[in-house]
Design a protein around this ligand. Structure first.
Ligand SMILES: [Zn+2]
Length: 123
């Protein structure tokens, strides 16, 4: 192995022509190498953030707290969720169920309201 290699190269960072001593050298100086490394890292970070955004668009995050946006995707809502969806108290929903304005199906100790029921109230 020769340690006196002289490979004409172009700096990856500043674009200056230089003579490299190893085949893996990509930059004219350690300053450029450091800057190129940082730029690369930044690009990777941006890229992975974009990929994460794309993923989280497809995969719904499981969450215990009630997010009004995720309620719009659910077809069946608890009384609590239904009240959050239209922004009234759960007592209002329960009153509507008692009056027969909303058709709720009991599941155990919960009442489940079909989202289309709520939507049809506004038609
Ligand atoms: Zn350079």
């Amino acid at each position: 192995m020769s340690s006196n290699m002289q490979i004409p190269k172009t700096c990856q960072y500043c674009g200056k022509a230089f003579i490299a001593k190893t085949t893996v050298t990509k930059c004219c100086s350690s300053v450029c190498a450091g800057k190129a490394y940082k730029a690369n890292k930044r690009r990777e970070k941006v890229q992975s953030t974009i990929e994460q955004d794309l993923k989280s668009d497809k995969v719904q995050q499981p969450t215990n707290s009630i997010n009004p946006n995720s309620l719009a995707l659910k077809d069946y809502l608890s009384v609590n969720e239904a009240s959050k969806l239209i922004g009234v108290s759960r007592w209002t929903i329960q009153r509507m169920i008692k009056k027969g304005q909303l058709n709720a199906v009991p599941f155990g100790n919960k009442h489940i309201v079909k989202r289309s029921q709520i939507e049809s109230l506004f038609i």
